[in-house]
Design a binder for this molecule. Structure first.
Ligand code: SF4
Length: 280
């Protein structure tokens, strides 16, 4: 089988940086040090297992970082959590992605001027929870164009931003409804370039193959969105976490398959999926 691999498949800069910082902390660790991450470092079971094997703990409450080295992941955290981590941990490695930090800063600046913030994203996602923390209690999360109609009309100062890995097309629809409702509203285009390029490449790759395989965690939001983008082109699309999830008899139907992967999928996993497909 011929396999075409997307150039943008795999780690984005933010995830790569967070993982590199964590691996460096492991290498330089003193004997009595314990390293932990605040929440799962990335949405990929295989990488998390590798970190666990190297002694990295995952904690979910700031008080559980007491005396430990803690890594803040690429998604960032709300300001009160950040303060609590600096208070409790022996050392904080802040691996918040620079682009996410920029969105946090934009929200904070507008919140200080009294703005309400509308965040397009997944309410339970760590990045969105972090962003909402900067809205001074005036933040609302929406995720569909219809949700704009439910926002209060009387808001006079309103900012619209997106979680960095949101779907570009949906954001554009939300933006046009937002301006109809709030002609003086402020829109900041915060979808990460890496996300846009990845989605764009999946679309163009889907146009020249028989089927698409997207590699990444089943709970990884940006991977799930890549699957949606591929499916929206009408092509058969398969979401796999590892090469073991490939249904070989099913894949035999195809001559050419395109492969892309979410921002938290390591190259070695993509490589295993590609070689398995090539052997069919
Ligand atoms: S997708 Fe973009 S904004 Fe999000 S962590 Fe990766 S590089 Fe940063």
């Amino acid at each position: 089988m011929e396999v075409k691999v997307a150039k943008t498949a795999g780690f984005c800069n933010g995830v790569r940086y967070a993982l590199e910082m964590t691996l460096r902390a492991i290498r330089e660790k003193k004997d009595d040090e314990v390293i932990c991450t605040y929440g799962p470092l990335i949405h990929n079971h295989q990488v998390l297992m590798m970190l666990r094997e190297r002694g990295v703990e995952e904690v979910r409450r700031p008080e559980d970082t007491r005396g430990k080295v803690v890594v803040i992941r690429a998604h960032g955290v709300p300001p009160e959590v950040r303060r609590a981590l600096y208070k409790n941990a022996s050392r904080v490695i802040n691996a918040t992605c620079k682009r996410v930090a920029r969105v946090q800063a934009v929200i904070k600046q507008h919140a200080m001027k009294g703005y309400f913030t509308v965040i397009v994203g997944d309410e339970d996602h760590a990045e969105v929870i972090g962003l909402k923390g900067y809205t001074a209690g005036r933040g609302v999360v929406i995720h569909s164009p219809e949700d704009v109609e439910k926002l209060p009309q009387e808001w006079d100062k309103v900012l619209l931003v997106a979680q960095t890995t949101q779907n570009e097309k949906i954001f554009q629809e939300i933006e046009s409804r937002f301006f109809k409702k709030y002609p003086n509203g402020v829109v900041k285009k915060t979808i990460c370039g890496a996300t846009k390029e990845r989605q764009q490449e999946v679309k163009s790759l889907a146009a020249c193959v028989d089927a698409m395989v997207i590699v990444g965690g089943y709970h990884s939001g940006n991977t799930v969105r890549l699957v949606e983008v591929a499916r929206s082109t009408g092509i058969p699309t398969y979401h796999v976490e590892t090469e073991n999830d490939i249904n070989t008899s099913e894949m035999r139907k195809y001559k050419t398959v395109g492969v892309s992967a979410g921002a938290s999928t390591p190259q070695w996993l993509i490589h295993k999926v590609v070689t398995t497909l090539q052997s069919i």
